[in-house]
Design a protein around this ligand. Sequence first.
Ligand code: COA
Length: 187
Amino acid sequence: VSEYPSQQPTCPERVEHPSFVLRCRDETDAPRVKEVVDRNLDHLRRFMPWAWREPEPLEEKAARMRAARDRFVRGEEWQFGIFSADESRVLGAIGLHRGAAPTTMEIGFWLCQSAEGRGIVTEATRILTNLALTSLGATRVEIRCDVRNERSAAVARRLGYVLESTRDEVYEGWPRQGQTWVRTRPV
Ligand SMILES: CC(C)(COP(=O)(O)OP(=O)(O)OC[C@H]1O[C@@H](n2cnc3c(N)ncnc32)[C@H](O)[C@@H]1OP(=O)(O)O)[C@@H](O)C(=O)NCCC(=O)NCCS
């Protein structure tokens, strides 16, 4: 039991937007998430190293969802599925992760190809940016992407993130030129 329970950051497990729902996933979501990831491998593999380890067996996907939910509940990081407004379809995922410093957080996201072009990730990133900076104790939120990932950079730019640096780095084992976009105030 934590000595300072009131200081544990809390994050809603579900956030509704008129166009989509963000929700912490559990193992019952694994079949639908797997189906969408497997259908979008080429799309995801361009910039996401983990997609090269896909497709993974359903049991592994379910275990991954369970572990992510545990980390969510413990306040270590917060991964959400992005679902259609009626929750009948999995559209993608977005997560708020701990960054290099205690008050730095990082947002990562992906959408299935058919859900691109509707502003869904921009709006979901707005929601998580504001949660991070107002409720979860962050003073700095980063979006980090490959310089060639123009759609990711456009999400950051649209929300008033500032391009802080562009440098050679190794991201999950991949050498790349990476951009770091930063926001320090709610959007
Ligand atoms: C990165 C990624 C999530 C961006 O998706 P996206 O659809 O471009 O982003 P959004 O959902 O915010 O939609 C923005 C688009 O919708 C349009 N749009 C429509 N309504 C909008 C609204 N209300 N608000 C904002 N944009 C809107 C924008 O004009 C833009 O379209 P455009 O690029 O043709 O100008 C997606 O390309 C992806 O999943 N890529 C593969 C995985 C990946 O690279 N992940 C990121 C790693 S860092």
